[in-house]
Design a protein around this ligand. Sequence first.
Ligand code: GDP
Ligand code: MG
Length: 299
Amino acid sequence: MNNREEKTGTVSLIGKTNVGKSTLLNQLIEQKVSITSRKPQTTRQRLLGIKTTGKNQIIFVDTPGFHQGQKRALNKFMNKVALNSIQGVDIVLFVVDSLNFTEVDQYLLDQMPKDTDNVILVINKIDKILKKENLLPFMGNISKSYDFDALIPISALKGNNVKELEQEINSRLPLADHLYPRDQIADSSERFLASEIIREKCITRVGDEVPYRLTVIIDNFKEESRLVNIDATIYVEKNSQKGIVIGEQGKRLKAIGTAARKELEKMLDIKIMLRLWVKVKKNWTNDNNALNLMGYKVV
Ligand code: GDP
Ligand code: MG
């Protein structure tokens, strides 16, 4: 029990490749995904994202990649899944692709724990189902082979019913103190690191010409399966400074981007796609409103 009545739980998404797990995760976190823990971890799951609303904190954890067809790989995968993704979490979302329930789905389903009350069947891609009247019988059939605690049809792509799924998750979170600060996503350490590295590369390349009047804001920091997409804006105060940062035919900006990308790839140990923009914002350093808009908290 905790004093603040906070609820915190880990959630994993299990399902075949292509059923829409990543799409769903992005919907649930509303594009704010990015807390990743890149350091090699042997005992803990890799963090995919955190969503804190009110007293509820949902921590999404990774599930290993899965290629069907190879028996050995399948077994290896299942061992990993069983250990990390099914038993070690508070809630399992078992995701299937519309009404296509295959042998592989059945195999995965057979591994689900029988004695918990936190396995939710997520029937994704309902926008693809032409005969809606087939949905209920499908749910009835699948319930015969496993006693799901909830069955929720959604469209991760269109966002249909995703809020309802989130409520269902929230209602099942155990009472526990939050593990992460509620604004973790806004100023995650990796985002901060990225902005600092880009800033450093700018400063070393522009010399004294644009000394301290330069800041870097990370507009987007999004993890795809094997890479991180980063969009960042370099803010300067004057047009002349913008020209200096960009350089002749964009050469300096390109060099800044390359150097920052290489260093980030080394530090985070993942491929990075980095896009940089340069914008002029007059007197931003004196303007609290502008700073707030850029994500700095000015107290
Ligand atoms: P994952 O391999 O399980 O992570 O699947 P992805 O999230 O990468 O999605 C696989 C494909 O299915 C992508 O092309 C998605 O756009 C598509 N997809 C995901 N959710 C939906 C959905 O609700 N409806 C439709 N029609 N397509 C979807
Ligand atoms: Mg995926």
